[in-house]
Design a protein around this ligand. Structure first.
Ligand code: NAD
Length: 246
């Protein structure tokens, strides 16, 4: 119960790493705030958290909509009185080589993976500073450290959130708020659905552990970073990639 009663907003929590994180936080005693696009998927994730005995609420919204994000944060504060953790997990891909990438593909990924991370963090920052405590966790990627073929837009956002992490850790650290990023390698979730089998096989082979990661293996790291066990970890990026980049 490392996260007992910690009010934790998790974006993109209806599936994949976000859902695994919501369930892990629920098991660790957190009050889980599930945020994702579709109401039915949000309701299903909230129900799973409650089955684990957690207090959980859901918000169906698009994190690129600042008004909706502000309304969610206000509602969470009104109901629970505080916000302890924000996991900026929602993310998308729209891959194409540099010469083929459309402005629409570029903008869509920047909006969700970068601009919305700014929206969500800005929306909770005042509350966390007033509390003198809080944790913001950003979803980066090994692609944000090393780049990747066909991912100009995605790589820029994942590198960008590392910039956010380091900047916010300097700005908010003195006020008691820790900010860190997690850089997963290749994790088995629907986000990999469009990758051809042959490429997936090569990805498995490239990892020294010879397998893809599981969403729960990222959720475990978020839970640790959100907990008081990580009280001196600030402004860092933790790579969770099975040794992919060694
Ligand atoms: P996923 O596609 O399985 O889940 C992403 C979730 O975010 C979905 O439920 C989706 O509905 C939600 N979402 C997307 N746009 C949204 C929006 N505008 N507003 C609210 N919710 C929105 O992805 P995943 O694999 O679980 O990835 C989660 C995060 O981890 C992403 O930021 C991703 O870039 C990052 N990541 C994933 C991997 C991987 O291999 N799976 C590797 C590195 C980093």
């Amino acid at each position: 119960m490392r996260l007992k009663n910690k009010v934790s907003i998790i974006t993109g929590a209806a599936q994949g790493i976000g859902l695994a994180t919501a369930l892990k936080f629920a098991r660790e005693g957190a009050i889980v705030i599930v945020c994702d696009l579709r109401q039915a998927a949000v309701d299903a994730a909230v129900a799973q958290c409650r089955e684990l005995g957690a207090l959980a609420d859901g918000f169906a919204l698009d994190v690129t909509d600042r008004t909706a994000v502000d309304a969610m944060v206000a509602a969470v504060k009104a109901r629970h009185g505080r916000i302890d953790t924000l996991v900026n997990n929602a993310g998308i891909t729209k891959d194409a080589r540099l010469q083929k990438m459309t402005i629409e593909q570029f903008d869509a990924v920047i909006d969700v993976n970068l601009r919305a991370v700014f929206h969500c963090a800005q929306a909770v920052a005042d509350t966390m500073v007033e509390q003198g405590a809080g944790v913001i966790l950003n979803a980066s990627s090994v692609v944000g450290i090393y780049g990747n073929f066909g991912q100009t837009n995605y790589a820029a956002t994942k590198f960008g959130v590392i910039g956010f992490t380091k900047t916010w850790s300097r700005e908010l650290g003195p006020k008691g708020v820790r900010v860190n990023a997690v850089a997963p390698g290749f994790i088995e979730t629907p986000i990999l659905a469009t990758i051809p089998d042959k490429v997936m096989e090569q990805m498995r082979h490239d990892v020294p552990l010879r397998r893809l990661g599981k969403p729960e293996e990222i959720a475990n790291v978020y839970a640790f970073l959100a907990s008081d066990e990580a009280s001196y970890i600030n402004g860092t990026v933790i790579e969770v990639a099975g040794g992919l980049t060694v």
